[in-house]
Design a protein around this ligand. Sequence first.
Ligand code: RFL
Ligand code: PHB
Length: 399
Amino acid sequence: MRTQVGIVGAGPAGLLLSHLLALRGIESVLIEIRSREYCEARQRAGVLEDGSVRLLRAAGLADRLNRQGIEHGGIYLQFAGERHHIDFRELTGGRTVTVYAQTEVVKDIIARRLADAGPEAIKFEVTGTEVADLDTQQPKLRYTSKDGTRHEVTCDAIAGCDGFHGISRPAIPPAVQAVTERDYPYAWLGILADVPPSTDELIYAHHPRGFALHSLRGPTISRLYLQVGSDEDIRDWPDQRIWDELSERFALPGWELKQGPVLDKSITPMRSFVSSPMRYGRLFLAGDAAHIVPPTGAKGLNLALADVAYLAPALADLARGQPELADQYSGTCLSRVWRSTHFSWWMTTMLHRTPGADDMERQLQLSQLRYVVSSQAAATSLAENYTGYPPLPATILTL
Ligand code: RFL
Ligand code: PHB
């Protein structure tokens, strides 16, 4: 079998790439190890940058996003018993973010790909994925489909969009790959709860007992996170213990955290990770396959979408024998990736309590938080990064 682009992984990166390529008349084969149901239910990110929203609109994928996405013009930072509003609109000349769950982005693109290209547009539940001949002009993608048939697809290029635990990145020889990595000594326990949000905008809370975040998924569904130890067992966290801990960390006189049934709960490790370059021969990495940020900056999904916004035109040009954009791909993306890596590290270390840390950490964090809420320059820096920096250029948004 032959195709122009082989895509490994049907997360946000792989799905959007296959759609953006199709809009440019480029054919692809997209394979995914999990079932459609699993991909559509995996609870993850919730915040789309301004540029991500514009990208999804330009790609014709925003019907439901336009109706159900909730535009947010700021966030709250809570510390030392006070809650402060950071007004993105005012600080950035009108830029905002949109709360719309990654599960919904994934559902929207899957539905569109299947409608446009038929049931074979995404091959779910494959096994034995391999990539080979990456340093030739004809790289190979191999997999076994759900019915047990082994396939080999000869491609012009392969996009490794298979997340942090995928097979694409490990296929790059270690000698030509630089990995920069940091693990944080804490994790996030996240819950999805069947209860209306207790806030109109996200609350990022610094507390002596650790960080907490109040997010949402809609008018009746809340999403909340708690900093916990990195070796914590979810079985030690019955629902009422989670609510009690959240209530304590968000406590403010006259304000109450509404509680309700917990629909989903999980623990996520916190890590920063960058693998460079994001290309080896005819293999291009995108999204979590190449980089991971801790979720405190709400950047992971946005980086994945931005990567493929650059990769689609690069691969379309490459297919026509023009390699310039493909040659620029890794450098262009890594510059944004490092900005987000810094911002995510900064938010994380400003807001979390390091186990065993002395009072110096706490005082430095509180000083930084007071600076952010009192200085227009500091608040603008947070707002500019949170809403997305650098903004995606108009050329990338023109399809
Ligand atoms: P994904 O979503 O991991 O998709 C990779 C896909 O590849 C498949 N796969 C394979 N397929 C075929 N063969 C193989 N050998 C394969 N191996 C793997 C996988 O099954 C999967 O379907 O990567 P992608 O597309 O790069 O997308 C990245 C995002 O998912 C991720 O960065 C975000 O979820 C991170 N993130 C957040 N990002 C934001 O921008 N804003 C947020 O508010 C935000 N909050 C979060 C987050 C991530 C979290 N967790 C759970 C890690 C909150 C949390 C709690
Ligand atoms: C979420 O809604 O899941 C979410 C929001 C903001 C973050 C991380 C996750 O920083």
